[in-house]
Ligand binder design. Structure first.
Ligand code: PRP
Ligand code: URA
Length: 209
């Protein structure tokens, strides 16, 4: 079964409070999501393999470590996932970015796929699927399905806020996928929104409401 990690780092928790705040405007919201995505990327990359190299310091030659060159792919679920991409790329600039376009039908709450574009070497990469919200779990499950159908094998899912219902749905559908969360909230409301949550992530990022 996939593991669930809730990041309790004080900086992440502090920034998340202002992300939740209904008074936070679009500009600041976008900046905070970007910052939290960077901090989460720092935590999520803990297990990246290293290799030893020789480096000439001004004093002598030292044995030191560099990343072993694992190929990574970041997959934002459009559109709100886009808000997390730049923050991650600041730490992992060599990662490739693919896109999965999904929207949640407001009546059925089922995800509807409208766009998929992945790096060509899907089978060789490890992927991090990103979306600020994991609510019913439908979008995350569908995005991961989409990647697996095209040959992806090693996938992590990272979000800012998750509902327990959504976490269970992803664990059930994709037991091989670890889930990384900044905050695990209480529940979903009757409209499939996370409570207390942050509202509609896409609208808050792009000022569309
Ligand atoms: C939001 C959010 C997730 C999805 C989560 O996107 O960004 O993708 O809902 O809900 P779920 O877990 O119940 O599937 P939305 O469908 O509103 O699309 P948008 O990003 O284009 O606004
Ligand atoms: N999508 C959002 O943007 N917010 C929620 O609370 C649930 C789904």
């Amino acid at each position: 079964m996939g593991k669930v990690y809730v990041f309790d780092h004080p900086l992440i928790q502090h920034k998340l409070t202002y992300i939740r705040d209904a008074k936070t405007g679009t500009k600041e919201f976008r900046e905070l999501v970007d910052e939290v995505a960077s901090l989460m990327a720092f935590e999520i990359t803990r297990d990246l393999p290293l290799m030893e190299v020789d480096v000439d310091t001004p004093v002598t030659t030292a044995k030191s470590k560099v990343l072993a060159g694992k190929k990574l792919g970041i997959i934002p679920i459009l559109r709100a996932g886009l808000g997390m991409v730049d923050g991650i790329l600041k730490l992992i600039p060599a990662a490739k970015v693919g896109h999965v376009g999904l929207y949640r039908d407001p009546k059925t709450l089922q995800p509807v796929e409208y766009y998929v574009k992945l790096p060509s070497d899907v089978e060789e990469r490890d992927f991090i699927v990103v979306d600020p919200m994991l609510a019913t779990g439908g979008s995350a499950v569908e995005a991961i399905n989409s990647l697996k159908k095209r040959g992806a094998k090693n996938i992590k899912f990272m979000c800012l806020i998750a509902a327990p219902e959504g976490v269970d749905v992803v664990k059930e559908a994709h037991p091989d996928v670890d889930i990384f969360i900044a905050a695990l909230d209480e529940k979903l409301n009757d409209h499939g929104y996370i409570v207390p949550g942050l509202g509609d992530a896409g609208d808050r990022l792009y000022g569309t409401k």
